[in-house]
Design a protein around this ligand. Sequence first.
Ligand code: FE2
Ligand code: FE2
Length: 305
Amino acid sequence: MPEYRLTHAVTDLTGRELLAAGTRLTLPVMQRLAGEHNTAFPVCNLLNYYRVKADMLDFLRVPPYDVIFHGADRQQALFDIAGDVVMPEPVLMSLYHFRQLDFYTYRHMLLVFALSILIARELIDDRATLLQEVMAGPVHDIGKLCVPLSILTKKTALTPSEIVHLRHHALAGYVLLTHFFGEHEILAARVARDHHERKDGSGYPLGNPIDNLMIDIIMVSDIYDALISPRPYRPVSYDNRTALEEITCQAVTGSISKTVTRVLVSLNRRSKPHYSSCTLSRERRGLPPKDNVYGIKSSDSDDHS
Ligand SMILES: [Fe+2]
Ligand SMILES: [Fe+2]
């Protein structure tokens, strides 16, 4: 197992410390964390949890998601699949915590989840497999519970130590989901840990080259939503075309999946051509918004997604 070490403590919603800062996430530590509670947490349906379904419907009405989800069959497929997703109650309580305190992160988690389902159903034929895979998506950023709100909602670029604290959310999510699901190496926990890794090893927390379809899907959905959505620290978001060009460029250079990017491009077209007919090029016509602090390469550290 690679050497993962926590830069900060991991605490649950009640403030209870699960692991201290400096802890190495060795196999015995993670296994103990998974088996810590004798009785499993009760599970609840995600969409039926308070206003989750109504919120998701609201979010999907806003461009460009209105085009991406255009057509009754797409929304129906989304809710048909998402409707079967259940989560341990503390996971849903944590998700809802963001609805109250950091609405951007709440909206982002639900939109990444919705988009990941739409992409996954183009690439995974078997429904049971599809359902199992998409269960990993709704809470990829749950580790932000362990990042101060003052950092999450900061309106200016982060300092180096704040960046380290923000990046802590990947391993914090891995720890929290391992604990809540009571299962070591469950996909949801791996997605939380690895969604900022890249296929060419240029990401964090470890710089591990990732080769897993669901993590590829969340990676692309996460970057896309981060680019196009309003952020506390960015006065203007990317317009949709420039965001797609940015993502295409990353796919062509090998840091994210080309296939998943093709699906995203096809979903953005009203005609919804088959993704295999969408070609990827590095040609750029749009301009990133002035003063954006979404970093792609060395300044990736500035990305709050
Ligand atoms: Fe994210
Ligand atoms: Fe993240």
